[in-house]
Design a protein around this ligand. Structure first.
Ligand SMILES: *Cc1c(COP(=O)(O)O)cnc(C)c1O
Length: 411
């Protein structure tokens, strides 16, 4: 095996050289603002558990009940014999929450994107992606074999030019055109102009898929997502999201019309050929959806908004750490700002050094690098959750201030 090991070690050395080496950090506690890791308590600004539900008693109780009633495993794929009551209950809750006719859940958001896009599109079709969409959507687009076109981030003119091209192409070539965007972008925290995108896709007869991974549970009057906040939910063919972020559990979903869901049950390979999610995960997600819709869900969103405001009032003073969504934080078109606050550092090695320095101050803020973001656009990605306190955020801001002062010296 040594030649095999040598080959991989060489590749890893190349990854290290570029400042792109990643390693797992063991955490010995639940996902809360105070993580136990490596014998230390770290103040956690890395999690996507935006509403602080991952360790919520109601979700834990639902998961435990599901284990007691349905066991630890799910036995088989949904279509074989693994379609259990907790899966059906979750899908009913999701459809009701999002106001769609039906819903389908997958074991992860990643599997959701892969299965859905590759089921809907083939080589005759065109898929049009925002430059910054998540890796799961890029991988899904490639897997589908559809002709791939990318528009500059949130650039409606660029999108329209591509849709014009696709419309011309459709005069001579069969096939559909699908536009895919995120609603709140995962690494920048900014939002897509969904109203204008809906108008464009309708003008050119395309379909629209919106990934609400970072907006579900957070935006809109009923916290359904950015599409609700912008009043366009009913104009989006395919609404996607994850159960693993604000909803506090794990899994992915598609919400939409009944024929879409029936089609995916028949054609989405990551759904068909994969063991059903464990009952505990689905039951916890159902509890997460119920919580989001409750008065407590609203209170948690309001608490989160206050913390976002506290940060946005202060990060503007940082010199070496620029936050491109700062303007957006203070003047969000929906009145709700995203809990994702990127602080652009530039070089990969600088971002790693900056994250290391924060860790020495017992703060856990991840350095996000290529290939998650473009080369040279490495950043610290701060995420806030409703479980943080104002004191937590004050500690963050103090640490960022001294990091900012030290940054020009960091290499
Ligand atoms: C996290 C994420 C996914 C994947 O969801 P998982 O449930 O974590 O697999 C998909 N899209 C976006 C935008 C994400 O941020």
């Amino acid at each position: 095996m040594s030649a095999f090991d040598d080959d991989l070690n060489q590749r890893l050395a190349a990854v290290r050289e570029q400042g792109l080496y990643r390693e797992l950090r063991r955490v010995d506690s639940p996902q809360t603002p105070h993580l136990q890791s490596g014998g230390q308590t770290l103040l956690n600004f890395a999690s996507n558990d935006y509403l602080g539900l991952a360790n919520h008693p109601a979700l834990k109780a639902a998961a435990i009940r599901a284990v007691e009633q349905f066991g630890a495993g799910s036995g088989a794929a949904r279509l074989i014999c693994g379609s259990l009551a907790p899966h059906a209950e979750l899908e009913e809750a999701l459809a009701a929450f999002k106001g769609t006719a039906a819903a389908l859940t997958f074991s992860t958001g990643y599997a959701t994107a892969l299965g859905t896009i590759s089921a809907l599109l083939g080589k005759d079709d065109v898929i049009v992606l925002d430059k910054l969409v998540h890796a799961s959507i890029v991988d899904a687009a490639r897997l589908s074999g559809a002709k791939l076109r990318v528009f500059a981030h949130n650039d409606l003119d660029d999108l329209e030019a591509i849709l014009q091209w696709a419309q011309k192409r459709s005069a001579t070539t069969p096939g559909k055109t699908l536009v895919v965007t995120e609603s709140v972008f995962s690494m920048d925290g900014d939002t897509a102009p969904l109203r204008e995108m809906v108008a464009l896709k309708e003008k050119y007869g395309a379909w629209l898929m919106v990934d609400e991974a970072h907006a579900t549970g957070l935006f809109g009057e009923h916290r359904r997502g950015l599409a609700e906040a912008l009043g366009v939910s009913d104009h989006i063919e395919i609404q996607m999201g994850t159960l693993g972020k604000a909803l506090g559990a794990s899994g992915g979903y598609i919400c939409g019309p009944r024929p879409l869901i029936d089609f995916l049950v028949n054609r989405a390979r990551s759904f068909i050929f994969s063991t059903a999610p464990v009952p505990a995960a689905s039951a916890a997600a159902t509890a997460g959806i119920q919580l989001v819709q409750s008065a407590e869900g609203k209170t948690r969103c309001d608490q989160l908004a206050q913390l976002i405001q506290q940060v946005s009032d202060n990060v503007g003073n940082l010199k070496s750490l620029q936050s491109p969504n700062q303007r957006l934080l203070t003047s969000s078109p929906t009145g709700a700002a995203s809990a994702i606050i990127p602080l652009i550092v530039g070089a990969e090695s600088r971002a790693v050094a900056a994250a290391q320095q924060l860790r020495e101050r017992k703060l856990f803020v991840p350095a996000i690098r290529y290939p998650t973001v473009a080369r040279g656009a490495a950043r610290l990605r701060v995420t806030l959750t409703a479980a943080h306190t104002q004191a937590d955020v004050t500690a963050l801001l103090e640490a960022l201030k001294s990091l900012d002062a030290a940054l020009p010296d960091l290499n």
